[in-house]
Design a protein around this ligand. Structure first.
Ligand SMILES: [Zn+2]
Length: 404
């Protein structure tokens, strides 16, 4: 490997360290990365000149001189994140430090023969409108399905009607920018690793509830993708011997009970007015308002769903032993009504010694999925493991090369 490549990797390691643990002094960087003080001094000088690091306040150190701390510059780069759904796209423009600079929503028709062209057009239109600075490092795309490799981006997504869609290849050709594609829940986990719980936990589980039910497993600081990029299909854990037929074709899947369509079916079975609309998430929001207003039937629908989810989640926690469980997704709006059933069923089913595991429900908004997609690109400068492959190298080159 050429000396410059090694230098790039060490620079990446420094960025990764500061991006994940926060500002540190040069001495602390040298110690953490096992580098000589002279190397750290030289590389951080370059990174400051590139505009990627800045010198922060002097922090008093015990008995010695105050130490100058170095931190990441949030404005050193930006990425666009794209969330693909069955009927629309959400696109966000996000800075390296996670600040959202803008967001867009566009209708989308995944079943159309021109779907990929439509997707590329929508992203290209946003690329043209965003400012020149900070530099655009690349495009992250989150899809509700499995993706072979982030840097290839061939998508298998039955809910979109996509058997083997060359999303990454098509977007790269059209936009001439690095493009990373990933399962949407895995992308959320990357964002958690960069900006959320993952800053303090290396082993955690992300669960998502909403139209579908999903999971991402972060083990030793990395998202576990499985052999074909399909790990984490938590919604298709069987929870019943028969039960309704699931979107995947099997019966008794978790998602068929606690996904939004499952909740609507449960409400109807209880004789509740569960809307005539065709959009289950909208009906679930109505049910949530009824539960807020004290409707016991509606409350029971969520409590029962919470119990089914909690029991299944306990199985997953028992298998992978995470430090913390993070619950995300549109469905968390009604979490107050899921919580009790979930907590009771989860704790009862956990192995002794793990029953006190923390469950954290984080804030959610319409752009959260797309922010996760942007994090695929923004995490790449910190990706020493090379998950993002050749596209990751291009992202790093744009970050380092964009500056004088
Ligand atoms: Zn299923």
């Amino acid at each position: 490997m050429a000396a410059t490549d090694r230098g790039d990797l060490t620079r990446t390691a420094i960025l990764a360290l500061l991006g994940t643990v926060g500002p540190l002094s040069r001495t602390e960087i040298a110690r953490e990365l096992d580098l000589s003080p002279a190397t750290v001094t030289q590389l951080t000088k370059e990174l400051i000149r590139y505009g990627m690091l800045e010198e922060l306040d002097l922090r008093p150190s015990r008995g010695g001189r105050p130490a100058q701390r170095l931190g990441l510059v949030g404005s050193a780069g930006r990425a666009l994140g794209v969330k693909v759904t069955a009927d629309h796209l959400v696109i966000v423009d996000v800075r390296l430090d996670g600040e959202v600079l803008g967001s867009w929503e566009r209708p989308f028709h995944p079943a159309s023969p021109a779907a990929l062209e439509e997707l590329a057009d929508a992203v290209a239109a946003v690329v043209e409108t965003v400012e020149e600075a900070p530099p655009l490092l690349g495009i992250g795309v989150g899809v509700p399905g499995s993706v072979d490799e982030q840097a290839v981006g061939t998508v298998h997504a039955p809910t979109l009607g996509w058997p083997a869609m060359p999303v990454g290849e098509r977007l790269r050709r059209r936009l001439n920018l690095p493009v990373l594609v990933e399962n949407d829940v895995n992308a959320l986990a990357v964002a958690e690793r960069l900006y959320g719980r993952g800053r303090t936990h290396r082993d955690f589980l992300v669960l998502t509830i909403g139209r579908g039910v999903g999971a991402a497993i972060v083990a030793d600081g990395r998202v576990y993708r499985g052999a074909r990029g399909g790990a984490g299909e938590f919604g298709h854990v069987p929870v019943h011997l028969d039960g309704p037929v699931c979107g995947c074709g099997a019966t008794g899947c978790l998602e068929a009970f606690v996904g939004s369509a499952g909740l609507v079916a449960a409400a109807r079975a209880r004789g509740l007015p569960a809307g005539s609309g065709e959009d289950p998430p909208a009906v679930v929001r109505e049910l949530g308002r009824a539960a807020d207003a004290g409707d016991e039937g509606a409350q029971a629908v969520f409590a029962e769903a919470g119990a089914i989810l909690g029991r299944a989640a306990a199985g997953l926690v028992n298998v992978i032993d995470p430090e913390v469980v993070v619950v995300l997704g549109e469905g968390t709006t009604e979490w107050a009504h899921w919580r009790e059933g979930f907590e009771r069923a989860l704790r009862r089913q956990l192995m002794p010694g793990r029953r006190d595991i923390a469950v954290e429900v984080e804030g959610w908004d319409d752009t959260s999925w797309a922010q996760g997609a942007a994090a695929l690109v923004l995490a790449t400068p910190f990706d020493e493991a090379g998950t993002a492959g050749e596209q990751g190298r291009l992202v790093r080159a744009r970050l380092i090369g964009a500056t004088p």
